[in-house]
Design a protein around this ligand. Structure first.
Ligand code: FAD
Ligand code: NAD
Length: 473
């Protein structure tokens, strides 16, 4: 078999595997180089997202939510559940099964699209030459018409809390704990900290999060954060802000030293998760002869079409600027594939939704009030609480609100911010409206089924022009 391809993609996470599928759909001979090995020793496609990211974390969030519902919420419905037990090993086994099914699905998609999967570590060694080192250490050379770099990212480590793989762990290992730690510490109250903290707190851990910033979730709308923060507190998540971890000692437990405005403190936990962000995988991506331009933090420099400084070499996903989100990487993968095939692919970076899968869920798209104020853009706000919708009440899930921001003169929807039940799904309506350059009135004039949670989106749209029907304006 020839080692020449139209396109070679390095990395089979959501950015890379989607780029490869789109390339193949467009008739390009495509190969994907990926070095990921699942914990059972089997090479697996899907990258961080499918193996140790989005999917396993959502599987555990779902299991822990089921348990929490049974133990805490069924009584209100008149249901008595006795002798409820949690088998954590089974919970992890279910999560692994979901992961395996999905990664096998990507493998199947590669087969039907005739995409070659080359397992090994890939390095760019020439303009369009790639050297792949397989598990047995044998390097082999390949040549591509175009190269797509999608090597993703990995957890940032902290010198004050070095990982030992047992008591101090990163998010990969936090998805594989087979017992509930009675006391769980988490450094970083970002997206991973809050999602992992929710999982283990729902099934019995006492969770303390130590966050360096003085504000929780800095870039998120403040009204959403206040609502969520109150709910997290009620759930028992102990979030301590403005903390600087200065050291850790590991014995039978982990002793953490940290400082805040009030002075120096010590916290003892059974397990400590370090979740302080992720860094791009660019350390061993090119040989010395290849002059790929990186920024000071190791991200690959790209233009708006994900072109690097090297001709015919593109980079997509977590390894380039922008949010580290699977769907952002996938869109970049599609764009790059289409541009390689001579088409006009593009990504609208203004309409990338964010979701944090806590309870309540937090989701947003577009601008916040703070950003609009800073940019001097005149805007109107419409808000609507879930507590005023019949469906949320019937579901006994009425914490939260929808908040829409529309341009004061044109009424164009500029941002949507939702905290509450199924915010992850509801946000899509705002994304579509914004993609179509729609207005708050467009949403307000659209019939929404009753009773649904989406009525809160329509009512918030009505509230933009002070005519919400089910609340005082
Ligand atoms: P990755 O998914 O990281 O894949 C890169 C692949 O390339 C990996 O398989 C890696 O082994 C391989 N690779 C790296 N270097 C080389 C090389 N030189 N040669 C060969 N192979 C190489 N995002 C969301 O949108 N929603 C979520 O709910 C969500 N939850 C998350 C939960 C957790 C716990 C974590 C850690 C992340 C989560 N993310 C989520 C982020 C999401 O996983 C990433 O944004 C996404 O996986 C990035 O995709 P990617 O294709 O750029 O890289
Ligand atoms: P993050 O950037 O979301 O949060 C890291 C947090 O750690 C921040 O609040 C930061 O202020 C804090 N921090 C940094 N250094 C610290 C220190 N020394 N001490 C205490 N706190 C410190 O990063 P993450 O939670 O590690 O997640 C990484 C990325 O993965 C996210 O940015 C996101 O893009 C992606 N992700 C997305 C989802 C989702 O979409 N639902 C879920 C998980 C992860």
């Amino acid at each position: 078999m020839s080692n020449d391809y139209d396109v070679i993609v390095i990395g089979a996470g959501p950015a890379g595997y989607v780029a490869a599928i789109r390339c193949a759909q467009l008739g390009l001979q495509t190969a994907v180089v990926d070095d990921f090995v699942f914990k059972d020793g089997e090479p697996a496609l899907g990258g961080t997202c499918l193996n140790v990211g989005c999917i396993p974390s959502k599987a555990l969030l779902d299991s822990s939510e089921q348990y929490h519902k049974v133990t805490e919420h069924l009584a209100a419905h008149g249901i008595t559940a006795r002798g409820v037990e949690l088998d954590v090993e089974q919970m992890i086994a279910r999560k692994d099964k979901v992961v395996k099914e999905l990664t096998a699905g990507v493998r199947q998609l590669f087969k039907v699209n005739k995409i070659e999967w080359i397992h090994g570590h890939g390095r760019l060694v020439g303009a369009r030459d790639i050297e792949v080192t397989s598990a047995d250490g044998e390097p082999e050379r390949y040549r591509a018409g175009s190269v797509v770099l999608a090597p993703g990212s990995r957890s940032i480590e902290l010198s004050a809390a070095p990982l030992d793989g047992d008591r101090i762990i990163n998010s990969d290992a936090a998805l594989d704990m087979t017992a509930v730690p009675p006391r769980l510490g988490i450094i970083g109250a970002g997206v991973i900290g809050l999602e992992m903290g929710s999982v283990w707190s729902r099934i019995g851990s006492e969770v303390v999060l130590l966050e360096a910033q003085d504000e929780l979730l800095g870039p998120v709308d403040r009204q959403l954060v206040r609502t969520a923060q109150k709910a997290f507190k009620e759930q028992g998540l102990d979030i301590r802000l403005g903390c600087r971890v200065t050291g850790t000692e590991v014995g039978q437990a982990v002793s953490i030293r940290y400082e805040d405005k009030k002075g120096a403190h010590q916290l003892v936990v059974d397990t400590l998760i370090v979740a302080v962000g992720r860094r791009p995988n660019t350390d061993d991506l090119c040989s010395g002869e290849v002059d790929l331009l990186l920024d000071e933090r190791g991200f690959i420099n790209v233009d708006e079409h994900c072109r690097t400084n090297l001709p015919d070499v593109y980079a997509v996903g977590d390894v380039v600027r922008g949010p580290m989100l699977a769907h952002k990487g996938q869109e970049e993968g599609v764009m790059v594939a289409e541009r390689i095939a001579g088409k006009a692919g593009h990504v609208n970076y203004e309409t990338i939704p964010w979701v944090i899968y806590t309870d309540p869920e937090i989701a947003w798209v577009g601008r916040t009030e703070a950003q609009l104020k800073a940019a001097g853009v005149p805007y109107n706000v419409g808000t609507f609480p879930f507590a005023a919708t019949g469906r949320a009440r019937a579901m006994d899930h009425s914490t939260g609100l929808v908040k829409l921001l529309a341009h004061a003169e044109t009424d164009r929807l500029l941002g949507a911010h939702i905290v509450g039940p199924q915010a992850s799904e509801l946000i899509a309506e705002a994304v579509v409206t914004m993609e179509f350059a729609g207005s708050a009135e467009d949403l307000a004039r659209t019939i929404h089924a009753h009773p649904t949670l989406s009525e809160a989106v329509r009512e918030a749209a009505l509230a933009v022009s002070k005519r919400a029907l089910h609340k005082a304006n």
